[in-house]
Design a protein around this ligand. Structure first.
Ligand code: ZN
Ligand code: ZN
Length: 461
C-alpha cells in the first residue's frame, strides 16, 4: 500500500471542522440532482480530447499528446498525484487501404484494415473471393482449401440495448482472419462488426494464433458487404483487388494516466474509476472512449468539489493502449496489482443513458448495493441480477477478486459508431451524458465512503 499524504489545500478547503464527515443520502441526492442540471465537465473533456487531440492510436505521438493533455487538465481540476506511468509496446500503424471488384462488376468498395493486419504489399492482391456465411462455415473449410484466395466472411449482427450482438458477431473479426490464413488464404475481408448502414467500415483488433502467418485482413462497410453478397448470389466468380499496407514500427511508448482524490483512511483501499485515453486512428473516439474519461472524471470532480473528503482514495485510471490489446490494463496490473482495490468500475460503452446497474460485491456489502440502487432509482436505473465484470481495463482486477460495479450504458446505437470514422463529438447527447455523470456520482460517493470491508477476495487457484 502506498502511504497517502493529504495535500494541504484539500485539507484546508474540504475539511474545515471534522475529518470523518460522511455524505448522507440527502447530500448524495443533491450532488446527483445538480449533475442533471447542466454540469458540462464531462462534455468539456470529451470536446477537448476530440478537438485538441483527435484520433489517439496507442503508441503514437497523438496518444502521447493526449496523455499530456490529460495530465494538464486533471492537475488544473485539482486532483492529486496526477502522473503518467509509461510502458513500452509494439506499435502497428495503418497504411494505404483500397478495395475494388475487378470482375465481373467492376467498382470500388470501402475497406479498412483490422488492427494487427498483415500487408498485401504496395501492389495489392488480386484474387477470386471465396465467401462464407459466418465464422463456423469458414472453420469447416479444409486446411489448404483456400490457397491464393481472398476470403469473405459475413455474419448477422443485431443492435441491442445490452450490446449482445457484439458477442455474436465479434468472432468474425477476432478469429476469422487467423482461420483463413491457416487454410491458405492470401487475404481476407469481413463484413464490418457493427450495426451501421453508413459506408465507414469498422476497424478493431484481430488475433493471430501462434503458428499463423498474419495476412492482410480488412473490414468492408456493411453496405459494401451487402453489395458483395448480391454479386456472389448472381453466381459468377467475383474477383477483388485488395491493397492494405499497414506496418509495425517497433516498440514505442504508451502510458497510463492516474489522478487521485486521497482518502481520509489510508487503510480503507482504493475505488478505481477507469476509462481509456487511446482511440482507434480512424476517428477522434468521442464515444470510444473520450466520453468515458469525461464521465468518470466529472463524477470524481463533483466529489472533490463537495468538500466532503471520501473515506477511500478515489483513483482515476485513464488507461493507455486499450484498443490494441488491453496493454495499459496489463501494465497497470503489473504495477498496482497488489494495491488494495476496494472497488473497480469503468465507463467504456459510449455516453448514452445508463439503464441498469450490476454488482459483484462481497457478502458484507449488501447494504451498499441497496443504497446505490436506492439512490439510482430516480435516474430510472434498476438493479440487474447479472454480476458486474468491471469493464475492459479493470477486468483483470475484478478477475483477481476486486469488488466491481458496472453502470451499464444503453448500447442500441453504440455499434453504429464503434471504431468508425463517424465516432465524432456531434454523436454525444449532453442530456444522456449528464445522467451518466449523476449515476457515477452516486456510485463513487456511496462506495468511497462505505463502512463495509471491501478488498480483493482471494481467488482459489
Ligand atoms: Zn473502448
Ligand atoms: Zn474500442
Amino acid at each position: 500500500m502506498q502511504k497517502i499524504i493529504l495535500p494541504l489545500a484539500l485539507c484546508a478547503a474540504a475539511l474545515p471542522s471534522t475529518l470523518a464527515a460522511q455524505p448522507s443520502d440527502a447530500d448524495i441526492a443533491a450532488m446527483r440532482d445538480a449533475a442533471m442540471e447542466g454540469d458540462t465537465l464531462a462534455y468539456a473533456i470529451t470536446e477537448g480530447l476530440t478537438t485538441e487531440i483527435g484520433p489517439r492510436l496507442a503508441g503514437t505521438e497523438a496518444e502521447a499528446r493526449a496523455r499530456d493533455w490529460a495530465i494538464t487538465r486533471l492537475t488544473e481540476l485539482g486532483f492529486s498525484n496526477v502522473r503518467n506511468e509509461p510502458f513500452q509496446m509494439p506499435t502497428w500503424v495503418r497504411g494505404v487501404e483500397t478495395a475494388e471488384i475487378v470482375s465481373p462488376y467492376p467498382q470500388e468498395m470501402h475497406v479498412t484494415a483490422l488492427g494487427r493486419s498483415g500487408s498485401t504489399g504496395a501492389n495489392g492482391i488480386r484474387a477470386e473471393i471465396v465467401a462464407f456465411e459466418d465464422v463456423e462455415a469458414l472453420r469447416a473449410a479444409p486446411m489448404g482449401s483456400l490457397e491464393g484466395k481472398i476470403v469473405y466472411v459475413g455474419h448477422h449482427m443485431e443492435a441491442a440495448q445490452d450490446g449482445s450482438g457484439y458477442g455474436f458477431a465479434g468472432p468474425t473479426r477476432w478469429i476469422a482472419p487467423s482461420l483463413a490464413s491457416e487454410r491458405g488464404a492470401a487475404a481476407i475481408v469481413i463484413r464490418s462488426v457493427g450495426t451501421a448502414n453508413h459506408r465507414s467500415p469498422h476497424t478493431g483488433g484481430t488475433n493471430w494464433a501462434d503458428s499463423v502467418t498474419p495476412i492482410a485482413a480488412g473490414a468492408l462497410s456493411n453496405p459494401d458487404a451487402d453489395n458483395l453478397e448480391r454479386m456472389i448470389a448472381l453466381g459468377q466468380p467475383v474477383s477483388m483487388h485488395l491493397t492494405l499496407t499497414p506496418r509495425w514500427i517497433g516498440d514505442q511508448e504508451s502510458g497510463n494516466v492516474i489522478a487521485e482524490i486521497p482518502g481520509a483512511d489510508p487503510d480503507a483501499g482504493i475505488v478505481v474509476g477507469a476509462c481509456h485515453v487511446d482511440s482507434w486512428d480512424l476517428s477522434p473516439g468521442a464515444f470510444d472512449d473520450a466520453s468515458g474519461c469525461g464521465i468518470v472524471t466529472a463524477a470524481a470532480h463533483a466529489i472533490l468539489e463537495s468538500g466532503i473528503q471520501p473515506r477511500r482514495t478515489i483513483r482515476l485510471f485513464w488507461a493507455g493502449a486499450e484498443e490494441v490489446g488491453l496493454l495499459g490494463s496489463t501494465a497497470y496490473f503489473q504495477r498496482h496489482g497488489a494495491d488494495n482495490h476496494a472497488l473497480v468500475s469503468e465507463s467504456d460503452f459510449g455516453a448514452d443513458r445508463i439503464w441498469r446497474v450490476e454488482f459483484a460485491l462481497p457478502d458484507g456489502a449488501s447494504a451498499d448495493a441497496d443504497r446505490v440502487t436506492r439512490l439510482l432509482a430516480p435516474l430510472r436505473i434498476p438493479r440487474s441480477t447479472l454480476p458486474a465484470s468491471g469493464g475492459p481495463d479493470v477486468r483483470i482486477l475484478a478477475t483477481n477478486g476486486a469488488p466491481a460495479i458496472d453502470l451499464q450504458q444503453d448500447g442500441t446505437r453504440y455499434f453504429d459508431l464503434h471504431h468508425t470514422r463517424n465516432d465524432t463529438l456531434d454523436k454525444i447527447d449532453p442530456a444522456q451524458m449528464r445522467q451518466n455523470v449523476a449515476a457515477w456520482i452516486v456510485m463513487l460517493a456511496v462506495m468511497a465512503n462505505s463502512e463495509a470491508a471491501l478488498s480483493p477476495t482471494e481467488i482459489a487457484e
